[in-house]
Design a protein around this ligand. Structure first.
Ligand SMILES: Nc1ncnc2c1ncn2[C@@H]1O[C@H](COP(=O)(O)OP(=O)(O)OP(=O)(O)O)[C@@H](O)[C@H]1O
Ligand SMILES: [Mg+2]
Length: 176
């Protein structure tokens, strides 16, 4: 049978990469390249590259990172089937809120407030945490994909009793 996903090396223990970028828009493609290189061969690569693009853009647009500061990008492979990116900024007045954009309220354009919604819709989980009062915030997104696991489900240890279902999965009485 052909594998449905590219085979990437198993992750024997959590792996993590981090890099600091100047808080300028021209650094967003650099951050994308960093994540893309680290996640080469990973099924979630494209999704997480898109996410890091949104989160870095937010760090620059909505926090002090974009006013002569920096932001940090981390990539983590905690276990097989899971990859995460995180962007730590220098702190801002607002909270990361999907669908909310100050720009929209200010200029009346039906734009903005889509980046985080896109991140939320394309990943398994996302979130943020303050790294300390006024010190900044880490916004992260996690993607998952199916991995093969040892086949314990269909193996019955010798001598064990096998319970017989009286009802089938459709709620019938299971009579054969
Ligand atoms: N790192 C952050 N720190 C503080 N506020 C944030 C951060 N990221 C996002 N926000 C807030 O959440 C709102 C929604 O972010 P989102 O990325 O969805 O939209 P946007 O950046 O306003 O517009 P766009 O659709 O171009 O991404 C932002 O307008 C901002 O108020
Ligand atoms: Mg945004």
């Amino acid at each position: 049978m052909t594998a449905a996903y590219p085979v990437i090396p198993a992750v024997p223990e959590p792996v993590r990469w981090a890099r600091v970028f100047p808080g300028a828009p021209a650094q967003v493609p650099e951050a994308r390249r960093f994540v893309s290189r680290v996640l080469a061969g990973c099924p979630a690569r494209e999704t997480l590259v898109m996410c890091v693009s949104e989160l870095c853009t937010n760090a620059i647009a909505h926090t002090v990172s974009g006013v002569g500061g920096v932001f940090t990008v981390e990539v983590e492979l905690p276990r097989d089937g899971v990859a995460r990116i995180a962007v730590t900024d220098a702190g801002g007045a607002t909270e990361p809120t999907p669908g909310r954009s100050r720009r929209r309220a200010a200029d009346g354009l039906a734009e903005g407030g889509r980046g985080l919604a896109l991140v939320a819709a394309s990943t398994s989980r996302w979130g943020y945490r303050d790294i300390g009062p006024g010190l900044g915030r880490t916004v992260w997104a996690e993607a998952t994909w199916p991995v093969a696991v040892p086949d314990t489900w269909t193996q019955t240890p010798p001598g064990s009793r096998v319970a017989t279902l009286r009802r089938d999965w459709r709620g019938g009485d299971g009579a054969a």
